[in-house]
Design a binder for this molecule. Structure first.
Ligand SMILES: [Zn+2]
Length: 214
């Protein structure tokens, strides 16, 4: 089973990805991991990608596409894969399709986690983290026992710089602008299943399994 998972900031993509690979025993392919492994191995593509990242620039599509292609070609994925964080743009989706078309790597399902903006805004702006032990809290959903203090280590909790409504709006608009054409592309191909991410983790997971086993 070859799966692609998509979801904007805070939609729970990481949690669902973990559950999917654990239950179905498929290979997790995240572009972040591929970048890191290529950069660590100092491959030509890895060094090229690093030159952009070091300048604070986005890695261009053709470099990312080439990296994903090389990874897909050289990985063992007998039981399938879960692609996470790619494709992020229509150009990447088309490039991916060129690589996998007619092979065993063709995509079976595209899972899109959908979360209304107001719910997302509440999740993200209410998030507080402990810089010392990395524990994560939410001011109303999972508050610490003592306001503003980490339960685990007693350090003061902080809000991440990016967890403000302004920063979130920019990220979400960027995400929607890039991914709306990708979603349309997969919808037309009949792969897309949209999952309501505004539910408990268990309910989202139940819907994801149903979609994958349907
Ligand atoms: Zn802590």
């Amino acid at each position: 089973m070859n799966i692609l998972i998509m979801g904007g900031p805070g939609a729970g993509k990481g949690t669902m990805s973990e559950k999917i690979i654990k239950k179905y025993g498929i290979l997790h392919i995240s572009t972040g991991d591929i970048f890191r492994s290529e950069m660590n191995a100092k491959t030509e593509l890895g060094l090229l990608a690093k030159s952009y990242i070091d300048k604070g620039m986005l890695v261009p599509d053709d470099v990312t596409n080439a990296m994903v292609k090389s990874y897909l070609m050289n990985s063992h994925h007998a039981s399938g894969y879960l692609l996470d964080g790619y494709p992020r743009t229509l150009a990447q989706a088309v490039a991916l399709n060129e690589v996998i078309k007619g092979t065993r790597m063709e995509i079976d399902k595209v899972i899109a986690l959908d979360l209304p903006f107001d719910v997302l805004a509440d999740r993200v702006t209410g998030r507080r983290i402990c810089k010392k032990c990395q524990s994560i809290y939410h001011i109303t959903n999972t508050p610490p026992k003592k306001e503003g203090i980490c339960d685990v280590c007693g350090e003061p909790l902080v809000q991440r710089k990016d967890d403000t409504i302004e920063s979130l709006s920019v990220r979400v608009q960027e995400y929607i602008k890039n991914t709306a054409p990708v979603l349309d592309y997969y919808r037309e191909k009949g792969y897309l299943v949209t999952i309501n991410a505004n539910q408990s983790i268990d309910d989202v997971w139940a819907d994801v399994q149903k979609a994958l086993e349907d």
